[in-house]
Design a protein around this ligand. Structure first.
Ligand SMILES: [Mg+2]
Length: 425
């Protein structure tokens, strides 16, 4: 074992961690598939036909014009009138994400995916110098460009937190090394919100205590941070000081299933939102069960609606967080339905499909103060319901609204459940 040595870049280090981030991933893939887009400001947006759809990613040119991720299309076009809006093609993004993963696997088998376009790599493997990390990072960038036509930004550091911050510093196509000697100068001036897991709510509270930068967190007495934020305050302080020791977890990467769906053709047409709401709850349970069985979580939901004239429409929406929860799936599906369906005709069949699947044990890209307790409680309840249904059949537990619903194939019993807020009409 080697003790950590506090010396300059190029001298002996204990771990060499890389964080690699595909630049403007969706927009870059679109530009590559449609070269005529090259050099233009491009935004990949959810629901393009709807001017309230939002920007998922944007090209460098669009970014320079002030277009931001999460902006509504109309806002983005106000900022950048020449903006070209394109629809997402998730199957292509998954294909390129897998190809990138194959390139990473040439360097190490310790690869931890973080969302579809980011990974951590542990390339220590007998090497103890950051110059090795930088060499790998530069090679990776070249290989991505020549083999996939995509660029990545790579951070090289001795812990995952700083490696991730490093990959944000030179975009597109850059390598940034953050050593134990340089982190105070490179990391500490950054806004507190740049630190992984410090979300909007936490940032606001930190501001209240006069802390605005990562350095501010690092220099605060960890006992104060503990008294304000509990154990998460201490974690934040550790992250800011480079004491993060978490390992790069290898998930035994397997190409994920593309999607998991569940559909019903009703015995009689559905005629209002209430019936659709109930049907979505039922369908979402089926999808949730399949997700849990394959240890996958969905980043987005797609709904397929067919009316009694046999015309169909399909829509999709991004989820706030990757999920396996039927409540999340049903709520998003129903919200989407209410936005899109105009009820000119009754409905014959409905399908919910979980799309953009990632491994369920991938870390949640969320606020450090994500309500873990409430989340676990809900997970427990959902697992219990699915378990009872597995053992005693679907009729054993169902939702209050489904009682006596003659339009769903199969008999139903009742069980009282609280509906998610957005589904209460
Ligand atoms: Mg990216």
């Amino acid at each position: 074992m080697f003790a950590p040595i506090r010396e300059a870049e190029g001298t002996r280090v204990e771990r060499i961690i890389l964080h690699s981030d595909l630049n403007a991933f969706y927009a870059s893939v679109e530009t590559m598939l449609h070269p005529e887009l090259k050099g233009h400001p491009v935004a990949v947006c959810g629901s393009v036909e709807d001017r309230h759809g939002i920007v998922l990613t944007k090209s460098q040119q669009a970014k320079e014009a002030g277009v931001k991720t999460g902006m509504a299309i109309w806002q983005a076009k106000e900022k950048c009138p020449r903006l070209i809006v394109v629809q997402p093609h998730y199957d292509q993004y998954l294909k390129y994400s897998e190809a990138a993963h194959e390139i990473y696997s040439r360097y190490t088998d310790r690869i931890e995916p973080f969302g579809i376009d980011e990974v951590w790599l542990d390339v220590s493997d007998g090497q103890h110098s950051f110059s090795h990390g930088k060499t790998v990072a530069d090679e990776l960038r070249e290989t991505m460009k020549s083999e996939l036509g995509l660029t990545v930004s790579v951070g090289v550091s001795y812990n995952k937190i700083f490696a991730k911050l490093g990959s944000d510093m030179k975009k597109p196509d850059g390598t940034t090394v953050i050593s134990e000697d340089s982190f105070k100068e490179k990391v500490w001036p950054l806004p507190a919100s740049d630190l992984l897991f410090v979300g909007r709510a936490t940032t606001k509270r930190l501001y209240g205590y006069g802390i605005t930068t990562i350095g501010g967190i690092a220099r605060t007495d960890p006992e104060y941070l503990r008294s304000w934020f509990g154990i998460n305050g201490v974690k934040m302080w550790q992250f800011a000081n480079g004491f993060d020791r978490s390992r790069v977890c290898n998930y035994g990467y397997e190409p994920p299933a593309k999607s998991v769906g569940h559909g019903i053709t009703f015995t009689a047409d559905l005629i209002d939102n209430t019936e659709v709401c109930h049907a979505f709850l039922e369908l979402a349970q089926g999808v949730s069960k399949k997700l849990r069985a394959t240890n996958a979580a969905a980043m987005a939901v797609s709904i397929f609606v067919r009316n009694n004239q046999l015309y169909w429409q399909q829509h999709q929406a991004k989820l706030a967080n990757p999920t396996q929860s039927w409540r999340d799936l049903a709520e998003t599906a129903f919200t989407l339905f209410r936005e899109k369906y105009n009820w000119r005709h009754p409905i014959r069949s409905l399908t919910i499909t979980a799309i953009r699947l990632i491994p369920a044990d991938a870390p949640r890209q969320t606020d450090l103060f994500f309500d873990q307790e409430a989340f676990e409680k809900q997970e427990k309840l959902e697992k219990a319901v699915l378990d009872i249904r597995r053992r005693f059949g679907n009729a054993a537990v169902t939702l209050a609204g489904l009682m006596n619903n003659k339009k769903l194939p199969g008999g139903r019993l009742d069980e009282q459940f609280v509906l998610p807020n957005a589904m209460v009409q």
